[in-house]
Design a binder for this molecule. Structure first.
Ligand code: PRP
Length: 209
C-alpha cells in the first residue's frame, strides 16, 4: 500500500508534530530527525524535512499529501492547499518591534514607515489597513539586526519566547496577530486518499478532548 507523504518543517515544530501524531494514535513511536537525511520513512509514512517556507509548495504540487505550516508561512504563501486542522502547535505572535526610543515616532501618525521583514505581505496588509505606506526591506533571517545598524527603524517578525528581542535590546511596539501551526493537505489527496482522511479524523478527535 502506498505511504502517505508528510512535509514537515525542520526544527522544533517537527518534534512537536511527531509528539502530537503519537498522542493522536497516528504514529506508534518517535521519529528522529537528527541526521542530515531529508526523507525519513517507516512502514506507513514518508516524512520530508523541508524549510518551513517550502512546506505549502510541496503540498500544493502533490509531492507531499500533507504538511504542517504556521500562519506566518501560510499568509505569505499563495499555494492552493486545504487547511483542515489548527494543530495549536508552534504558538507565536507576529509583531512590530524596534528600539524603545523609536516608539514615539511609530505612534505619531506617520504617513510612511521603513520596515525590515521576512513577511512582506503580512506587513503590507497590516499597514495599508492603517493607511500607512511602507517601504519594505525584505530579509531572510536575523531580522532583529536591522534596527541595530540603521537598516530600518522597525521590523515585523515572529516572537516566540521574546529572547531574541530582549538580547538585542528591542521591544514589541505593536501586535499584528497570533500564529499557530495548521495541518494542510493537497486538495486531491484530501478527496481521494482515505489514509489522509483518517489522519485528519484522528487529529480532530484528539484535539477535541
Ligand atoms: C525566529 C524569528 C525570531 C526568533 C523569535 O527566527 O525570526 O528571530 O525566531 O524567537 P524568540 O522570541 O523565541 O527569540 P529563527 O530562529 O527562525 O531564525 P532566523 O533569524 O534565521 O529567521
Amino acid at each position: 500500500m502506498e505511504k502517505v507523504t508528510i512535509a514537515l518543517p525542520k526544527g522544533r515544530l517537527f518534534d512537536e508534530t511527531i509528539d502530537l501524531f503519537i498522542k493522536a494514535g497516528i504514529l506508534e513511536k518517535k521519529i528522529e530527525s537528527k541526521s542530515r537525511k531529508l526523507i525519513i520513512e517507516n512502514d506507513d509514512f514518508r516524512f520530508l524535512l523541508v524549510r518551513a517556507k517550502d512546506v505549502p509548495t510541496y503540498v500544493e504540487y502533490g509531492a507531499a499529501d500533507i504538511g504542517v505550516a504556521g500562519d506566518d508561512v501560510l499568509l505569505e504563501s499563495e499555494a492552493d492547499v486545504y487547511k483542515p486542522v489548527d494543530l495549536g502547535l508552534g504558538y507565536c505572535n507576529i509583531v512590530v518591534a524596534g528600539l524603545e526610543k523609536d516608539k514615539e515616532k511609530y505612534f505619531s501618525n506617520p504617513t510612511s514607515l521603513k520596515i525590515s521583514t521576512k513577511y512582506p505581505k503580512i506587513t503590507k496588509a497590516f499597514f495599508s489597513e492603517k493607511g500607512i505606506k511602507t517601504q519594505i526591506i525584505e530579509l531572510y533571517g536575523s531580522i532583529e539586526l536591522a534596527p541595530l545598524v540603521g537598516l530600518s527603524e522597525f521590523i515585523v517578525d515572529i516572537v516566540e519566547t521574546g529572547t531574541t528581542l530582549r538580547e538585542n535590546g528591542l521591544v514589541v511596539i505593536d501586535s499584528i496577530r497570533p500564529s499557530t501551526a495548521k495541518l494542510i493537505t493537497n486538495r486531491v489527496s484530501f478527496k481521494i486518499n482515505d489514509k489522509v482522511f483518517d489522519i485528519i479524523e484522528k487529529l480532530e478527535k484528539y484535539l477535541e478532548q
